[in-house]
Write a protein that binds this ligand. Sequence first.
Ligand SMILES: C[S@@+](CC[C@H](N)C(=O)[O-])C[C@H]1O[C@@H](n2cnc3c(N)ncnc32)[C@H](O)[C@@H]1O
Length: 199
Amino acid sequence: MQKPYSQACENNKQPILSKMSKHLSQAKSGLEIGSGTGQHAVYFGQKMPHINWQTSDRIENHQGIQQWLAESQLDNVKAPLEIDVEHFPPIEQAYDFIYSANTLHIMGWHQVILMFKHIPELLNPMGKVFIYGPFNYFGHYTSDSNRSFEQWLVEQDPNRGIRDIQDIIYLANSNQLSLISDWSMPANNRLLMFQLDAI
Ligand SMILES: C[S@@+](CC[C@H](N)C(=O)[O-])C[C@H]1O[C@@H](n2cnc3c(N)ncnc32)[C@H](O)[C@@H]1O
């Protein structure tokens, strides 16, 4: 199998790192949901060697992720767990943060709900959640390209779609998470950072 490759990952990895790394200097462990090709895991693992980066995805992406990991030879980036948010396996450890890029518009809304429902039990106290991707505000697209992108998404699968940031904040708040930052990113994307509420 040819190693999978995402040009978008190459374009967005440095801007994402520049925001995220400032908040992860003390972090020791992170779980990525929907690792895709594995490119983000390898890049972030190289740039933040103090973090044990746990990849995960649905089984069909594991071979590609394994190829990127094998080539990188990084001790701190771990082989993928099989995580489909519809069937979360029992997870033995909690993490300092969760990272998920370009997943919420691919999952159906009920899957997005399930993902957020599981997040608190996966996080250490004061753990952070980073979500990257395109979002709408109060039902409005932030660009014409996002409007076209959503048309294309829905043609592929009517359950897909660009999520409204207010809905995500509401869902997060319902699951003990508070929005800390909402950064504008290149190519009309956003990076959201949430933190688990203190008990
Ligand atoms: C557009 S890709 C993004 C991959 C990578 N994070 C990136 O930024 O390039 C969407 C990812 O979401 C994952 N995904 C879709 N539905 C999922 C689900 N129900 N549970 C877990 N992951 C899911 C896919 O397998 C895929 O890896």
